[in-house]
Design a protein around this ligand. Structure first.
Ligand code: ADP
Ligand code: NA
Length: 330
């Protein structure tokens, strides 16, 4: 395989991916299947770093995998798997924890944010050690690139430090991954508060469009989106965050440049824009939902796809682990 290898993961922590997950990440995963040797995983081990419900986790893991398939991840071209099906992640994760300094883990801003938000006085060691497991996720595959958003940059930096540290102490074992900055990744904002990114942890449910929501509900959310003062439909995220967000969504879903949309809506009103966005959105999610149902209605087929993915992933991860163990003196 000559193509550069890529590893990326997504947490099964919601009943549905939202439009930001798709337009900001998964859509690029789909595109990279043509140009890279892609490994995509549903990171369920990461999902238990905070208190969780086993039944929910099981369902969400399957729904997440079904959505990835429905959105265009092709198991013939990509290696799609569930993290816990590949025990090498946890094994190499321990090794990475042992290489990580308490101080450097303490400096991870995501840990500071997430632990502060926990409704418990028992923040887990798992949450603290999360970046070490994430390093193992990446290094196990000798990934050349990791698509990362701004919020994951610090973790990738740590991954590189850990790889470097291992290599210099024990001999060259891990490839140092580079961040892959995705060019056409759209950042999608909350429909009710376009100053905040669309997020599953958003407090206003009207602001987030879940791919598996009833399309009628999603259309209504778009029609009720907060827009800006004035009436001109122009892409200007500073002055017109609400309208610009709608234009960005429209542009990405319809595959049309922003300038063409500005021309189309010249002289028209916000209501026209919302109606058009609602329409492309419904057209987009309807077949996706059908395909998701197809995968969920055939659990044996989904199991087979994921078992095949795990087997392919293990071939690579077990080679890396064996080498690392040998170097460590095991
Ligand atoms: P959330 O922010 O809803 O908790 P995650 O952190 O699980 O979502 O993100 C999963 C992937 O989706 C990440 O690659 C992240 O960068 C991307 N993503 C999440 N929200 C958005 C958004 N509003 N716009 C663009 N990309 C997003
Ligand atoms: Na997030």
């Amino acid at each position: 395989e000559q193509r550069p290898r890529v590893l990326s993961g997504i947490q099964p922590t919601a009943d549905s991916f939202h439009l930001g997950n798709y337009l900001g990440a998964i859509r690029q995963w789909v595109a990279m299947q043509d140009t890279h040797d892609t490994f995509y995983c549903v990171v369920d081990l990461h999902a238990i770093t905070v208190e969780h419900d086993p039944k929910l986790l099981r369902r969400r893991t399957r729904v997440s995998a079904a959505q990835l398939l429905a959105l265009g991840i092709d198991p013939e071209r990509a290696t799609l798997f569930v993290q816990s099906h590949v025990p090498e992640h946890a094994q190499l994760g321990w090794v990475m924890q042992c290489l990580t300094g308490f101080g450097e883990a303490s400096r991870m801003t995501q840990f500071k944010d997430k632990s502060a938000k926990q409704q418990t006085d028992r923040v887990s060691l798992g949450l603290f050690g999360y970046p070490a497991l994430q390093a193992a996720d990446i290094l196990a595959y000798q990934a050349a690139y990791v698509p990362v958003g701004e919020d994951q940059r610090q973790h990738l930096e740590l991954t590189r430090d850990l790889a470097q540290r291992f290599n210099s102490r024990f001999g060259r074992t891990f490839r140092l991954p580079e961040p892959y900055i995705v060019k056409d990744a759209a950042k999608i904002y909350d429909l009710q508060d376009p100053s905040a990114k669309m997020s599953k942890s958003s407090s206003a449910p009207g602001g987030i469009v879940d791919l598996l929501d009833d399309p009628k509900v999603s259309a209504k959310k778009v029609r009720s989106a907060v827009t800006d003062t004035g009436r001109e439909i122009v892409y200007d995220p500073e002055a017109k965050p609400g309208v610009s967000n709608l234009l960005a969504i429209y542009s990405a879903l319809a595959g049309r440049p922003l300038a063409a949309l500005e021309a189309e809506f010249d002289g028209k009103g916000y209501g026209d824009l919302k109606k058009a966005v609602a329409e492309v959105l419904v057209e987009f999610v309807t077949p996706i939902q059908e395909r998701v149902r197809g995968y969920l209605d055939d659990p044996a087929e989904l199991d087979k796809v994921l078992a095949r993915g795990a087997e392919r992933a293990r071939e690579v991860a077990s080679r890396t682990l064996a080498r690392a163990y040998d170097r460590l003196g095991f």
